[in-house]
Design a protein around this ligand. Structure first.
Ligand code: DI6
Ligand code: FE
Length: 384
């Protein structure tokens, strides 16, 4: 059962010191405001939250996109040095300044759609210096734009060509994670648990290391097959499991009990021409929170938009408009461990708003390529 959106037809939102001090019917507001802005009846939502991106990276994979159209397989592309490893090469070669200037335009496109919080993963460095550089740049994004940035260490994204498997896993769960923690660069730890990624055992080692560092975990789980990643994630009270196309419906109650959010990534599903949709009905029946994100990355989801995946979540996964709006606000906040801070318009929370030029909120999901954002407010201040 989807909680309601709590719509208020004729509402007032008041903020002080960047926090909401009133949100409710205009008739119930008796305060006075230094700045009183009349939105002329326009819809206001919490600022949108893109809770799963690989936004900071260098290079692109347009050439392999063409090769795939010409019939090349992933294996052939990988053998030719394509895939994640080609983005790793480009990202390792980029300076911090170059990564920042490559990432800001992508961030701007998300902000132009009403995003006020974005999660950014590492995972294209696959070496201590390059992973830390990606996360440093992610943190710096918030110094250049009115946005909240949440960072996730994803050293367990792929295997670098210059190390054997066991040596790399030892590096990720040991010195690499230690270096990230020492510099305070990550808010969570993630892994790609998949036949072409990290095994369940390797993922469990990483989760244990994250726990030693008191960092929450999340997981790229069951994107292409079911290794049991979501079951492991639930046992670690993971913030989220992401992709989840091949998740066993029977474990939905475990995710619900753990409070683990199922983050749906319809952009990757669409770009990879997947056919196996996530077990949405089982998640609904168990009360698993559903979130939607862009998975903005140069390979499987080169989508620099949150509104488009919102439409895809309806069109491809048959989520309702209410589920989708909750999926990019309240539930996305929980996927980042920030359910107490953002994601709803409630007293005490950050005053992050998106103001829309629409008659019905359904237009945010229905319209494709017709962004109706009027303006954004971040921490109580108008933000471009
Ligand atoms: N799953 C994905 O779809 C992306 N990473 C992951 O774990 C792919 C990232 C890329 O192809 O660059
Ligand atoms: Fe991803």
């Amino acid at each position: 059962m989807v909680d309601g959106l709590g719509l208020v037809p004729d509402g007032v939102i008041a903020a002080a010191g960047g926090r909401i001090v009133y949100a409710g019917p205009a008739a119930g507001f008796s305060g006075t405001a230094a700045d009183d802005i009349d939105l002329d009846g326009r819809w206001v939502t919490p600022g949108l939250i893109d809770c799963h991106t690989h936004l900071v990276h260098a290079g692109d994979r347009a050439a392999e996109f063409e090769a795939r159209l010409a019939g090349a397989s992933y294996a052939e592309i990988a053998a030719a040095g394509g895939g994640i490893v080609s983005t790793v090469r480009a990202t390792r070669a980029a300076s911090e300044a170059e990564l920042l200037s490559a990432s800001l335009p992508r961030l701007d496109r998300l902000l132009a759609e009403g995003v006020t919080t974005v999660e950014v993963k590492s995972g294209y460095g696959l070496a201590i210096d390059a992973e830390c550089r990606q996360l440093r740049v992610a943190r710096r994004l918030a110094q250049h734009r009115g946005v909240r940035v949440v960072t996730t260490f994803l050293g367990a994204h792929a295997f670098p060509p210059d190390l054997d498997r066991a040596a790399y896993v030892d590096l990720v769960v040991g010195p690499m994670l230690d270096a990230v923690v020492a510099e305070g660069l990550a808010d969570a730890v993630d892994a790609f648990c998949e036949t072409i990624g990290f095994t369940l055992e390797e993922t469990a080692r990483l989760f244990d290391a994250a726990r030693r560092h008191r960092l929450p975990v999340k997981l790229h789980a069951e994107q292409l097959s079911d290794l049991g990643g979501s079951r492991l994630a639930a046992a670690h009270q993971a913030l989220s499991v992401d992709h989840v196309e091949y998740t066993d419906p029977a474990i939905a109650p475990l995710l619900a009990a753990a409070g683990t959010v199922a983050v749906l990534l319809p952009g990757a599903f669409y770009c990879l021409r997947e056919t196996q949709a996530p077990p949405i009905q089982a998640f609904r029946a168990a009360g698993v929170r559903l979130a939607i994100a862009s998975d903005c990355n140069p390979g499987s989801s080169p989508i620099t938009s949150l509104l488009l995946p919102m439409n895809m979540a309806a069109t491809l996964f048959r989520l309702t408009v209410d589920e989708i709006l909750l999926g990019v606000t309240r539930h996305a906040a929980h996927a980042l461990g920030l359910g107490h801070e953002i994601g709803t318009l409630e007293v005490g929370k950050a005053c992050d708003l998106a103001i829309w030029q629409v008659d019905r909120l359904a237009e945010l999901v229905y319209r494709i390529g017709d962004n109706r954002l009027l303006s954004r407010v971040f921490a109580g201040e108008p933000a471009p």
